[in-house]
Design a protein around this ligand. Structure first.
Ligand SMILES: *[C@@H]1O[C@H](CO)[C@@H](O)[C@H](O)[C@H]1NC(C)=O
Ligand SMILES: *[C@@H]1O[C@H](CO)[C@@H](O)[C@H](O)[C@H]1NC(C)=O
Ligand SMILES: *[C@@H]1O[C@H](CO)[C@@H](O)[C@H](O)[C@H]1NC(C)=O
Ligand SMILES: CC(=O)N[C@H]1CO[C@H](CO)[C@@H](O)[C@@H]1O
Length: 694
């Protein structure tokens, strides 16, 4: 074939592919009951699926079946701890570094024995099945075993984030009257601190064997047993399983909401099974060859679903932590392996904040190297971006192999080099980060949209969909409906796409909030056909191919004094593009005519600017107070706002610069790093008032 013909044919093929790709319908209109609106279902199913396995209706049955089928395969792996060391940094503070060894594996058969023994042990130590068990621990092997053991005894598990504050911890234990708490040594300390306020807790099971003596004091009113002792007790005195039904509540999951005390969402076995079944149909060829790196909190619905999914198909789960994820992670002893290089996973789950961090880290490294490697990376990245833009066709072929070999192999090695799929959820992922993962890791991202209230079920993007910024068609277990929201100016008759509040229906929609009927009635509805619907408060629009895009959030829209609507989330997303901004919260007061913003500055960017300007400063907070800094950052925000074509009233007229980052520990952002508006507003109340007064 001569070059001329090739020059004609190749674009033609691409064009055809592009069109077929664009035309591929992923979601179809659905006939549903309830409030009128624009409803869509997944093209794979005619009505929502409830289970992908015949005769399986609960997670307990699913796990038992998998253990029978994959008896001798490896299921759970944990790294051996070789040593803990303290390392001093240059400023005199010392940090703990871990030296971790290889993964030590146990088979499905062995895990099933542990689960059965632990379940029997629970009965032996006096836990009756009507009582609830709270698991308050970091993601680890024992978490999974305890969860499955509770399922086998039809005990409802209360899940609590290990990073949750004491007030919220007390509230969730108290509200659910948890009788037994399973925790690690570190969490035991928080528990001991609030022991006086816990009336219901009778037993504590500590996962670590070295139980601190002050925790076992009899005055706390609880008995304390180690995890291994409970298992041993059960092995010696086996008790029959007491299996649940599909409609029984498997988990009460406390979500670290952005406002007030956390709410417990009741998830039935049927709910979680529906989501697990649906996600299974989305990830291509999921099976016994897959290795999953588990490090997100198990108290997050995404992780809970992912681990149950992997364990149902015969894959293996290796445990890690966010602080030991890669060779260069904070807690990894220099010269030793991070979790991902030790495990070499094929599948990972991630929240956008983590992928953003990976992306920044890689770009920083490339920039620091400079010279030829930077140039080569730039060329390779641009070529790949062009190739996959709009067509997954460009994702394959010789050129990809070449660039992978020359440039991206090193990036892929950071996560072990074998990643073939990334599940992403918890918050919208930026188009840039999605592209980065597509290109540098050469792996598709399944981006999910869902809430704990819908058991993470909502939408999920198809692996062969190359577009960015969208969250895919409805999962095969859900209907997604848009309904008009006139006050916000969104309607299902809008052109070019129908827009409205997102309402999710189907078997994955949970029973509601535990002991909170009022809130449940506010957000959940059952239609005349018996389908449950959850009103998300998110605003979305449907593309022609049936894929959803999240465009706004109801609560985050404020009407200014002159009647203009400001969508806080939209504006923040645009302003985050400024290099000076690490985090930002826009504040709009309905009694004012303009917005203001709190800006957490990015230290490196500001530092670079200051040294270029020759501005001397002793600490960052001093630099943040300087008039010229304020001017520079504001100008940068205005630039970003113009780029995003924001209206004048949407641009913060005044800003306050903050030097301390917002972290989950400070309580200002959720564990998934979403900002907690109410809390931030309260914390910086005076600063906000001053901004309006000045
Ligand atoms: C499981 O436990 C719940 C709550 O204690 C109970 O209502 C339900 O009947 C139990 N299910 C079975 C199958 O016994
Ligand atoms: C816990 O519950 C008890 C009664 O059940 C109540 O007296 C106490 O105030 C509650 N504590 C908290 C912190 O909610
Ligand atoms: C990707 O495609 C879109 C439209 O198809 C175009 O507007 C955009 O400039 C392209 N980007 C790159 C980097 O090629
Ligand atoms: C628990 C629950 O909400 N179950 C419902 C799931 O959806 C089906 C129909 O899609 C209903 O019949 C169930 O009642």
């Amino acid at each position: 074939m001569n070059a001329y013909i090739a020059g004609l044919v190749v674009p033609l093929v691409i064009l055809l592919f592009r069109n077929s790709n664009n035309r591929k319908r992923r979601g179809l209109p659905a006939d549903v009951g309830g409030d009128p609106g624009f409803a869509v279902r997944n093209q794979r199913v005619t009505s929502p699926i409830t289970s992908a396995w015949e005769g399986i209706t609960t997670l307990a049955e699913l796990f038992e079946r998998a253990c029978r089928e994959h008896h001798d395969r490896l299921l759970l792996g944990t790294r051996e701890l070789i040593s803990r060391e303290m390392e001093a940094s240059s400023d005199g503070r010392s940090f703990e570094k871990l030296h971790l060894g290889e993964y030590q594996w146990v088979t499905y058969g062995t895990v099933f024995e542990s689960v059965s023994s632990f379940a029997s042990g629970l009965a032996n130590i006096g836990h009756v099945r009507e009582e609830r068990i709270a698991i308050f621990a970091e993601t680890r092997e024992e978490w999974f075993i305890a969860l499955q053991a509770c399922f086998r005894r039809n005990v409802t598990v209360v899940t609590i984030y290990a990073s949750l504050g004491e007030e919220a911890l007390c509230h969730s234990l108290n509200e659910t009257e948890a009788a037994t708490v399973i925790c690690g040594r570190k969490e035991l300390k928080s528990l001991t601190n609030i022991a006086g306020q816990l009336d219901s807790v009778k037993r504590v099971i500590c996962i670590d064997n070295d139980i601190p003596s002050d925790a076992s004091s009899s005055q706390h009113g609880w008995t304390i047993t180690s995890f291994s002792d409970v298992e041993k007790l059960g092995r010696e005195n086996p008790v029959e399983a007491d299996l649940p039904l599909s409609a029984d509540v498997a988990v009460i999951m406390y979500t670290s909401g952005s406002t007030g005390l956390p709410k417990g969402v009741m998830l039935t076995h049927g709910n979680i099974l529906a989501t697990v079944s649906a996600v299974m149909t989305i990830v291509p060829n999921l099976g016994t060859k897959d290795v999953y790196l588990a490090y997100l909190p198990m108290a997050h619905i995404l992780e809970l679903v992912a681990e149950n999914l992997i364990a149902s198909v015969g894959g293996c789960i290796g445990y890690g932590t966010p602080l030991t994820l890669t060779d260069s992670s904070n807690k990894v002893k220099r010269g030793t392996k991070g979790d991902s290089t030790a495990l070499m996973p094929t599948v990972m789950a991630a929240v956008p904040a983590i992928l953003d961090r990976v992306r920044e880290g890689v770009f920083k490294k490339v920039n620091a190297k400079g010279g030829l490697s930077k140039k080569l990376f730039g060329i390779a990245y641009a070529r790949r971006l062009q190739a996959i833009n709009g067509s997954w066709f460009g994702a394959w072929g010789l050129e990809k192999a070449l660039w992978n070999f020359l440039v991206f192999k090193k990036v892929q090695a950071v996560l072990g080099g074998r990643i073939r799929f990334i599940l992403c959820g918890g918050a919208p992922l930026s188009g840039d980060s999605q592209r980065f993962i597509n290109i540098c890791l050469g792996a598709p991202i399944g981006q999910g949209y869902g809430l704990t209230e819908t058991c993470a079920g909502g939408t999920f993007s198809d692996f062969d969909d190359p577009s960015v910024g969208r969250v895919g068609p409805p999962l095969p277990c859900t209907y997604i409906k848009l309904i008009d929201w006139p006050e916000g100016g969104y309607s299902t008759t809008d052109t070019p796409m129908p827009r409205g509040e997102i309402v999710i229906g189907g078997p994955n929609v949970t029973l509601g909030y535990f002991k909170n009927e009022e809130k449940t009635r506010e957000s959940y509805k059952v239609d005349e056909r018996g389908v449950r619907w959850f009103c998300t408060g998110d605003i979305g629009r449907f593309h022609a191919d049936g894929c959803l895009e999240i465009i706004d959030r109801k609560k985050d829209i404020v009407k200014l004094q002159h009647g203009e609507y400001v969508s806080l989330g939209k504006v923040e997303a645009a302003l985050l593009g400024s290099p000076f901004v690490d985090n930002i919260m826009l504040h709009a007061d309905p009694f004012q005519t303009y917005c203001v913003a709190l800006v957490v500055v990015s230290h490196p960017a500001l530092d670079e600017w200051a040294s270029k300007q020759g501005i001397a400063y002793s600490d960052l907070s001093e630099l943040c107070r300087k008039e010229e800094t304020l001017k520079e950052v504001h100008a940068s925000l205005v630039k970003e706002a113009k780029k995003a074509r924001l209206e004048k009233f949407e641009i913060p007229a005044k800003i306050k610069l903050l030097s301390d980052p917002w972290t989950p520990e400070s309580g200002l952002v959720t564990a998934a790093l979403k900002i907690k508006r109410e809390i931030i507003r309260k914390t910086f109340q005076e600063d906000l008032l001053k901004l309006y007064a000045s």
